[in-house]
Design a protein around this ligand. Structure first.
Ligand code: AMP
Ligand code: ZN
Ligand code: FE
Ligand code: FE
Length: 321
């Protein structure tokens, strides 16, 4: 099936424009309703096909619960799938995010760490809602729970969704601006592994750690290079440089660090369905970088769609058109 060319808002230096059919469109960071995205894993894969994405990574927060549904849908829609996670990690008083690609889903120490984080997230949301309700914000914990799909990782966006459902606001953005930011009096933290330990766990699971949006401008307190050096020593493979939350300065910083430390640079949308303005394929990763990520994995989890590779001369092995 020939899909329509993608419309890309923000084509990156290593990315690919929509009309070059020899270069696959690779988007390595997206969320489904298994965490705080608004589309089921199957709907996410359908949306990726419609957007012209050839290779998609599903990277839900602290869970791999969407992998099976995503795998079946990837096959159905002719999209190659990189199974991954986005782990929230503790660093000083803030949270940083680590993408883990292709980890072995049977590696218990990683699963146990993710389960511990998810349990702690649930009690933390309840405490945030108590604080907000005590201050007169119209909200109950039941309303928040109604926004979390069965088995999904609960997060602040579900509080925002409850406020949308009861008519208080119109978009998640408003809730984050007013009440849900890291520096809000209502903010309550949750258990999260140390960032260096998370890198070690992903590597021990045979997966490939890439630091998500390292220089996000919305974070309170900039992340220092020394932490990235320590993560590199623990086995970090890449930095997500091309991301909506980075401007030219942040991309330059990531590029300089990557050259110095021997890291790859990725690009991705961080799509959350209607929960964020980020669009599928708005930033992309070079095929050579995806090859390096695959090569760095143990092979316990493969990119789904080896079945579709080698399809014709001059075409990328990920391209099914
Ligand atoms: P939590 O997992 O509870 O720490 O919540 C963090 C999540 O909130 C991240 O995955 C972000 O994608 C999401 N988020 C942060 N700021 C916003 C915003 N302004 N609008 C929508 N989602 C946001
Ligand atoms: Zn999210
Ligand atoms: Fe993130
Ligand atoms: Fe994300």
């Amino acid at each position: 099936m020939r899909r329509s060319p993608p419309t890309l808002g923000n084509v990156t230096p290593t990315g690919t424009a929509g009309t070059d059919h020899a270069r696959p469109v690779i988007d390595l960071h997206t969320h489904s309703s298994v965490s705080d995205g608004t589309e089921t894993p199957a709907a996410l894969l359908a949306a990726a096909a419609t957007a012209g994405v050839d290779v998609l990574a599903i990277t839900d927060h602290d869970t791999i619960a969407g992998w099976d549904e995503a795998t079946a849908a990837a096959r159905e829609h002719g999209v190659a799938l990189v199974r991954g996670i986005e782990i929230s990690c503790a660093w000083r008083y803030t949270s940083i995010h680590l993408l883990g690609y292709l980890p072995d889903p049977g590696y218990r120490p990683l699963l146990e760490e993710l389960a511990r984080a998810r349990d702690s997230r649930a009690t933390r949301l309840e405490r945030m809602v108590e604080r907000m309700a005590a201050d007169g914000i119209p909200l109950t914990y039941e309303e928040v729970l109604a926004q979390v799909s069965a088995g999904a990782t609960p997060g602040r966006p579900h509080i925002a969704d409850a406020l949308i459902a009861n008519g208080t606001i119109e978009h998640r953005d408003e809730a984050f601006r007013e009440w849900l930011g890291d520096d809000s009096p209502y903010y309550v933290g949750h258990y999260a592994p140390d960032a260096v330990r998370a890198v070690e766990l992903v590597r021990a699971a045979g997966g490939v750690p890439v630091l998500a949006h390292p220089f996000t401008r919305t974070r309170s307190g900039a992340l220092d290079d020394a932490l990235i050096v320590r993560m590199r020593e623990a086995g970090l493979v890449g930095l997500e440089a091309y991301h909506r939350d980075h401007g030219p300065e942040e991309v330059a910083h990531a590029t300089e660090l990557a050259a110095r430390l021997g890291l790859v640079l990725t690009g991705s949308s961080d799509y959350h369905g209607t929960g964020k303005r980020n669009r599928l394929g708005e930033n992309t990763t070079a095929p050579e970088v995806l090859d390096a990520i695959e090569a760095a994995s143990s092979g316990a989890t493969e990119v789904c769609a080896r079945w579709a590779r080698g399809g014709g001369e001059g075409r990328s092995r990920y391209c099914m058109r």
